[in-house]
Design a protein around this ligand. Structure first.
Ligand SMILES: Nc1ncnc2c1ncn2[C@@H]1O[C@H](COP(=O)(O)OP(=O)(O)OP(=O)(O)O)[C@@H](O)[C@H]1O
Length: 399
């Protein structure tokens, strides 16, 4: 778990209520709360510093055959998109400048292709392919951001695009990001109204003596921010979006709470089985392997240091503290040496990659799951203000 105080927006007449203790991974929240994480960064930390400390080691193990996930969580306007996608104005064609504004995606793209080049040059591998998919979850509906002309619901499985360079990958991401659902709120000029999942799939093959194939994937998840309608001033369609966002985040929180309880029970040698509610929302299904599964997972938490956001900051940090108890069991993806099997495996990996879109589409079309936290019918029937209160209280309850 990583904490980042990336937001520079301190409102007038509001003092700073969050301080990172220099040289430690601890942070202090006024008046008397101390939190400890694996890393903590203050407002002056550069994007590069954050990347090198937290993400670069994950990219290295990705190339060694481990899956990895980074997901960003926090209040609206706290800097999640800035951290993942960077703050630079979009250029065409995109430039790999890697100045202080370059986000995690840019750094990962550069390193994935850089490390693959090194491995190819040293003959460690003979063939490497990189594919990407980019999905958006908007109001419980999955959209394919790579399917730009229509940008509609996924109809034939998420498009997976082969990419040959970091520039090509970034170009696709930048074009696709323009199609993402955003709006202006009182809290953020360009607030994301959806969660996005960028997946980079890498196949590495050795043709020489052993004929090995190794596949691994990196998921970068930018969750929409939790928000209070009173603060964002959202009404109408955007109000409904807020409800969906908070409901999804509540589902993520419930999964994390259950996994954390399970880990604590296990440490306390209580063998009580804990139900993990992965099926409550699409976002939790998508994150299933990343939470408590076999991948290396980093939860990146962004907070706004202003005292105006104190309650939300405390919620987010308690939540991140819970997530820290979760123990994943990273496992290297199996390496196979039979060339016939490898051809089959390569085809199967690609099919799986496509299927993710398929499965989610099927869910788009399905009637809302009876067990879901909030069905469409309910949301129409219930007074919206009451629903908002429920989800916000639910998010608070994650403490
Ligand atoms: N560390 C930072 N340095 C400079 N600007 C920042 C930083 N973090 C965030 N910002 C700026 O603050 C604004 C809000 O950030 P961003 O859109 O990333 O928030 P968010 O958490 O993704 O919000 P939402 O959940 O509403 O989408 C943006 O204009 C962004 O450029």
């Amino acid at each position: 778990t990583n904490w980042s105080c990336g937001q520079t927006k301190l409102l007038r007449h509001h003092c700073e209520c969050v301080k990172v203790i220099p040289g430690s991974a601890q942070m202090f929240v006024n008046p008397d709360r101390l939190f400890t994480f694996d890393h903590a960064f203050g407002p002056s930390a550069s994007q590069d510093e954050v990347y090198r400390a937290c993400i670069q080691p994950m990219v290295r193990s990705l190339l060694d055959g481990y899956n990895a996930t980074v997901f960003c969580y926090g209040e609206t306007g706290s800097g999640k998109t800035y951290t993942i996608s960077g703050g630079r104005v979009i250029t065409s064609p995109p430039l790999l400048l890697l100045d202080d504004e370059g986000g995690i995606i840019e750094h990962v793209a550069r390193d994935v292709f850089g490390y693959l080049d090194e491995k190819l040059k040293s003959n460690e591998i003979d063939v490497a392919t990189v594919h990407m998919s980019y999905l958006e979850l908007y109001m419980e509906e999955v959209r394919d951001l790579l399917d730009l002309p229509t940008n509609q619901k996924v109809v034939v499985g998420a498009r997976e695009s082969a990419v040959n360079s970091a520039e090509e990958l970034l170009s696709l991401v930048e074009m696709s990001s323009a199609a993402r659902q955003t709006c202006t709120t009182r809290m953020n000029d360009k607030s994301s109204r959806s969660h996005t999942v960028l997946t980079i799939l890498i196949n590495q093959q050795c043709n020489n003596d052993s004929n090995t194939l190794c596949s691994s994937k990196f998921c970068l998840v930018d969750l929409a921010g939790s928000e209070r309608v009173k603060k964002t001033g959202n009404t109408g369609k955007h109000f409904k979006e807020s409800i969906h966002i908070n409901t999804d985040l509540l589902a993520v929180g419930n999964v994390i709470r259950a996994l954390s309880d399970r880990a604590l029970n296990f440490c306390g040698k209580t063998r009580k089985s804990t139900f993990i509610p992965f099926r409550d929302a699409k976002i939790t299904r998508l994150l299933r392997d990343s939470l408590g599964g076999t991948s290396h997972t980093l939860m990146m938490t962004c907070v706004n240091p202003s005292s105006n956001s104190l309650a939300e900051t405390l919620n987010v940090l308690y939540f991140a503290s819970k997530a820290r108890h979760i123990r994943n069991h990273p496992a290297k993806q199996p390496i196979h040496t039979d060339p016939k099997y490898n051809q089959k495996l390569a085809r199967r990996v690609m099919a799986d990659f496509k299927m993710r879109g398929h499965i989610l589409l099927a869910e788009n079309e399905k009637k809302e799951n009876n067990n879901s936290l909030l069905t469409k019918q309910q949301s129409e029937d219930r007074d919206m203000a009451e629903v908002e209160e429920d989800t916000v209280n639910g998010l608070k309850g994650l403490r």
